[in-house]
Ligand binder design. Structure first.
Ligand SMILES: Nc1ncnc2c1ncn2[C@@H]1O[C@H](COP(=O)(O)OP(=O)(O)O)[C@@H](O)[C@H]1O
Ligand SMILES: [Mg+2]
Length: 311
């Protein structure tokens, strides 16, 4: 399904990166733009870890690279948009793949939130007023607050302007609003809740559909953050970073995968938790095993909550 968009979140996007640009350098892999067939590609290399026994290290890197490759293939077979793999090098532990043009969903959501606040500056005031209400200790236990004025669909949350982790993240100042006292700022942000427009709803539904397909193909992604999802110029979602993925039909594994998505959304887009809710709702309607997975998800979340209460 394609939407007719008032303003595509990626319309203004962007030049292709230069060859040699480092896109990521995590604990496990270095991701670089390389020249490929008169164009560019992305190369993901798992460098040697000197703290491991060399033989074990080589074996581990090979098997993880191979597992990543297999999971990408499996996802592709299930009809999910993933980068095409151009080359796998087991000796080097590297994958060379298609460069996906677009914008990380993380960035799309952060920009959406920024735009929303620009257009509804009074929500900052609303959330300032509601700072008098008691604050829940656990993000899972957020309770809806009474609306303080006519503004619909608003209330909570935090650090969306302070959680940038990758270089493509933009930290926006709040437009047209007086600077907040530092003390207030966290609390005010921690109480914002932002409504989804049709375009963001569409992205959440697409994501729910993709995750249902992925789990029905018995692939666990293992790192479902909004940085690992790219919105393409044709408004499709491309799933990337299968570095922690594995094959499993276990409902516990699927539930934990969804739980990690929720945790990622809670920490990165706390004012947009309805994005996660809609994703989950769509997953529930699309995945063949959703009833048992969602039941297990409740248990997983309860476990997580108990753990966080125990400190
Ligand atoms: N195929 C790709 N096309 C475009 N960008 C990519 C691609 N693969 C990775 N990236 C970029 O590189 C970043 C890091 O790559 P990723 O595979 O997520 O590794 P990790 O998060 O483990 O470091 C991603 O967040 C994304 O910005
Ligand atoms: Mg990643």
């Amino acid at each position: 399904m394609s939407l007719s968009l008032k303003r595509s979140p990626i319309m203004e996007e962007t030049a292709y990166p230069n060859v040699g640009t480092i896109l990521g350098q995590g604990a496990e892999a270095i991701i670089t733009v390389v020249a490929f067939n008169e164009g560019i590609a992305v190369k993901k290399v798992r460098p040697a870890k000197t703290y491991r026994l060399p033989q074990l290290d080589t074996k581990l890197r090979k098997s993880r690279t191979n597992q990543e490759y297999k999971c990408i293939q499996r996802a592709e077979k299930a009809g999910i948009l993933v980068p095409k793999i151009y080359h796998i090098s087991k000796p080097e532990s590297s994958l060379t793949m298609e460069f996906i043009h677009g914008k990380a969903i993380r960035k799309v959501l952060i920009e959406y939130q920024h735009d929303y606040i620009s257009q509804h500056p009074s929500i900052i005031q609303t959330s300032k007023q509601s700072t008098l209400a008691p604050q829940p200790a656990d993000p899972y236990e957020l309770t809806p607050t009474e609306p303080q004025n006519d503004e619909p669909d608003i209330q909570v949350d935090d650090n969306q302007f302070s959680t940038a982790q990758s270089s493509d993240d933009v930290q926006h100042p709040l437009p047209n609003t007086p600077p907040l006292q530092t003390e207030d700022e966290d609390i005010v942000h921690s109480r914002l809740v932002i409504a989804l427009d049709d375009q963001i709803k569409h992205i959440a539904e697409e994501l729910g559909t993709i995750l249902a397909k992925l789990h029905d193909a018995n692939v666990i992604h293992g790192d479902l953050t909004t940085s690992n999802m790219i919105l393409t110029p044709s408004n499709q979602i491309c799933l990337i970073d299968f570095g922690l993925s594995y094959a499993s039909a276990d409902i516990e594994d699927k539930a934990v995968d969804l739980h990690l998505l929720r945790r990622a959304c809670t920490s990165t887009h706390p004012a947009l938790l309805s994005f996660y809710d809609l994703t989950l709702q769509t997953y529930a309607s699309k995945s063949v095993n959703s009833t048992s997975v969602l039941k297990r998800l409740e248990v997983v979340e309860l476990r997580g909550r108990k753990r966080s209460m125990a400190g």
